[in-house]
Design a protein around this ligand. Structure first.
Ligand SMILES: Cc1ncc(COP(=O)(O)O)c(C=O)c1O
Length: 391
């Protein structure tokens, strides 16, 4: 048989999906990162109306000019002078990350990626032939990297660094001072910054701190409407940068990836931005209550402790169960009917943690926490399974 490419052989299915596939019908799902809300009604209606009105064609590669102008206006408070040329609509944040990697990386280059992280970053770098280099974001440092740890990894082949705040899977955020230090690090080493800020609207006691408009021109922001308007299944996101040289490359590349995004859907998103700008805060308020519940419950359990995350809808507790891996613990919890993700699915530094996405209502979360508590009580003094899980 003919051989598959090295890049196909090098990438593996993610542990988040595997857990999901193992779950029974009745399971309580705190595994996948998608809001349990519908997109705003005005967006659904506008999408439908646009289809009926004949918007079922290719659009310009970079997306509808009206939509790009709205997006540029949204970010103009941070970065003045943005206009539709600074925006490229993509078919998701995932597509946007891949596009950025394809534009910045050659084989032989390396790119610095947080560990733990959104599991697609590493494979996206691998697909380009570059080396993903993981920098630790530890529990002890509230999941923010230290500059020393970054300095240890960077070399003359490092082209770019990915930052992701608020973070998946940790929910970590940064202060303005931390952002400036991370930005200075990139500037010192002449790196592209790919800043994934798809959770910018799900943020609790503070304001979102962005790398856009912070005084460095080599910044490209990844965005998505998946989390902002609960549109995970629509597949639409965008890239924004003040640097028009970057945007020219990005738009050229986007053409060869998807040609353009979905015509009618872009009208739906436009309506969401124009008429349902309140929506992300409403969802955020619901997540806030759930965050407080799940963190209180987890921190009251033996052998478990978590930071209270300031953003996104994930909590990433660490556990102290000697000999148990995160896959073993997650599988034990799954047997009792709750789906969560093993921390190792997000990188080596995720071992010893679990990720819960608090994307269900309060009652379900409370029921899930009862189950998790009983599992932890049961296994805390038990030896781990002798057979490693086939995972
Ligand atoms: C940090 C981060 N970036 C990007 C994405 C991609 O979002 P989408 O491809 O749905 O736009 C996700 C999805 O979970 C994410 O957590």
């Amino acid at each position: 048989m003919a051989e598959f490419s090295d890049r196909a052989n090098a990438i593996k299915p993610t542990g988040v999906r595997k857990m999901f596939d193992l779950a029974g019908k009745e399971a309580i799902h705190l595994g996948l990162g998608e809001p349990d809300f519908q997109p705003p009604e005005v967006a659904i209606e506008a999408f439908y109306d646009a289809m009926k009105e004949g918007h079922n064609k290719y659009t310009t590669t970079a997306g509808l000019p009206e939509l790009r102008a709205e997006i540029a206006a949204f970010w103009s408070d941070l970065e003045s002078g943005l206009n539709e040329d600074n925006v490229c609509v993509t078919m998701s944040g995932t597509n946007a990350v891949l596009n950025a990697c394809l534009c910045f990386l050659n084989s032989g280059d390396n790119i610095m990626i947080p560990d733990p992280c959104f599991p697609l970053y590493g494979p996206h770098a691998t697909i380009t032939g570059a080396e993903p280099r993981f920098y630790p974001c530890t529990f002890e440092n509230e999941f923010v990297p230290t500059i020393e740890s970054l300095e240890e990894l960077v070399d003359e082949n490092t082209k770019a660094i990915i930052y992701n705040f608020p973070s998946n899977p940790t929910g970590a955020t940064i202060t303005n001072e931390q952002r400036d230090e991370l930005l200075d690090f990139a500037r010192r080493h002449d790196l592209w910054i790919i800043t994934d800020e798809v959770y910018d609207r799900i943020i609790y006691n503070q304001s979102h701190v962005s790398f856009l408009g912070a005084g460095y021109d080599n910044v490209l922001m990844i965005q998505s409407f998946s989390k902002t308007f609960a549109m995970t299944g629509w597949r639409i996101g965008y890239i924004v940068s003040s640097n028009l040289e970057i945007m020219t490359q990005i738009k050229k590349m986007q053409y060869y990836i998807t040609a353009c995004s979905t015509d009618a859907m872009q009208y739906g998103v436009l309506a969401a931005i124009q008429k349902a700008n309140y929506y992300p805060s409403e969802m955020r308020d619901a997540f806030w209550q759930r965050r407080d519940l799940i963190c209180t419950r987890l921190n009251a359990m033996p052998s478990i402790s978590c930071h209270v995350p300031e953003g996104a809808f994930y909590v990433f507790p660490k556990f102290d169960l000697p000999g148990w891996t995160s896959v073993d613990v997650a599988l034990e919890i799954l047997k009792e009917g709750v789906v969560c993700s093993p921390g190792s699915a997000f990188g080596d530094a995720g071992e010893g943690h679990l990720r819960f996405a608090y994307t269900l209502g309060m009652e379900k979360i409370a029921a899930a926490m009862d189950i998790v508590e009983s599992v932890v009580e049961r296994i805390k003094d038990s030896p781990p399974p002798t057979q490693p899980a086939d995972f």
